[in-house]
Design a protein around this ligand. Structure first.
Ligand code: AMP
Ligand code: MG
Length: 341
């Protein structure tokens, strides 16, 4: 233990872009020592940014203490503090950034602002061993197809309105499903969909390489309220249409980029039907199919810590006076000198 510590440094990563507050602790060599997550679950309705931020502020100390305890390291062994700087919900991001600044100042170590979407890809590569993947990142707040090309991560396709996870969540709430611990809305829709094979036509919207889920959501809710179909059939049809749209765009991007791997990540990556559709596509294009395991596919602090380490090792850090949060920080604006060399 003592030898390992002497030979290695540690990074604490704070994630707070939306409904999750998470602290990850990694060694510079890439060993994951802790990845503690507290999920905000509103009693009713969607995620209100201020309420989620209040949750983050309330649990921050406890989650941090748990992560430090699990990692078995003392605060002074920490070399850098990384935090999710964007994109995300303003109040939530600011709460995480404030905690990160306080920690970095107290410990007198550098702060590293991390792009949340890049972090999903980097931890996915780290965990699955993918080197140069085309990534489909599908979550409650993001839906995009991206790959590293010509010196930057590039977006090949993305949603023009809501994220696919949000589409499933809003539908599930309208259907009166109750979110339970360990079973997010998307998983409840998946369970019901698995009981049906009755396809009902719903709007399929792919525009060039981009996607739109809001019309699909409205139509699925209307169908539900008409009361002529079983909930299972509507869930099944909603999933089939949404995932076929994602598959079409992913397949075209894979054919265009000829990447050797297809990486699937984000909370929706847990869905078996989506996985099977994408696995088929990967096979057809001779790409290795890599699915990020759930605890590292959901929003998590480990991904922020790991990306912070990569950035810091390539000379990047974020002075406190420039550590303002970036609500709309796009993946293709990120300078990522650690990739490809
Ligand atoms: P994230 O935004 O990455 O934290 O992931 C949360 C999103 O993943 C929410 O929209 C969930 O409903 C969705 N999700 C989780 N499990 C599943 C599943 N099995 N199928 C579809 N969506 C899921
Ligand atoms: Mg989340």
């Amino acid at each position: 233990m003592a030898t390992r510590r002497k030979a290695d440094y540690y990074c604490i990563g704070l994630e707070s872009t939306a409904d999750d507050f998470s602290v990850g602790i990694l060694s510079f060599k890439g060993k994951i020592l802790a990845n503690e997550i507290s999920v905000f679950m509103p009693e009713t309705g969607g995620i209100h940014p201020r309420e989620a931020a209040r949750h983050h502020a309330e649990v921050a100390g406890k989650v941090l203490a748990e992560a430090l305890h699990k990692a078995g390291i003392r605060p002074r062994e920490i070399k850098i503090i990384a935090f999710s700087q964007g994109p995300g919900l303003g109040p939530c991001l600011r709460t995480g950034a404030t905690a990160a600044r306080a920690l970095a100042s107290y410990l007198q170590v550098p702060l590293v602002g991390v792009n949340h979407c890049v972090a999903h890809i980097e931890i996915g590569k780290h965990i699955t061993g993918a080197k140069n993947p085309l990534t489909l990142y599908v979550s409650g707040g993001n839906t995009l197809v991206a790959a590293f090309e010509a010196g930057r991560y590039r977006v090949f396709g993305e949603t023009l309105d809501i994220a696919v996870g949000n589409c499933l969540d809003v539908f599930a709430r309208e259907a009166g499903l109750r979110q339970k611990l360990g079973a997010p809305f998307g998983a409840l829709v998946e369970q019901l969909a698995a009981r049906s094979q009755n396809f009902i036509s719903l709007p399929y919207t792919v525009k060039g390489m981009d996607l739109s889920f809001s019309g699909l959501l409205t139509a699925a809710i209307e169908l539900l309220h008409r009361g002529q179909h079983r909930l299972e059939d509507v869930c099944y049809s909603l999933q089939e249409v949404a995932f076929s749209m994602l598959s079409e765009v992913t397949e075209r991007a894979l054919a265009h980029t000829e990447k050797p791997e297809l990486l699937l990540t984000g909370g929706v990556a847990a869905n078996k039907r989506l996985k099977s559709m994408l696995e088929t596509i990967a096979k057809e294009h001779n790409a290795k199919f890599c699915v990020v395991p759930k605890q590292y596919a959901l929003d998590n602090g480990a991904m922020i810590a790991w990306t912070g380490i990569l950035a810091y090792q390539h000379g990047l850090s974020t002075p406190i006076e420039k550590s303002f949060v970036r609500l709309k920080w796009r993946l293709d604006e990120v300078y990522a000198p650690w990739v490809g060399g």
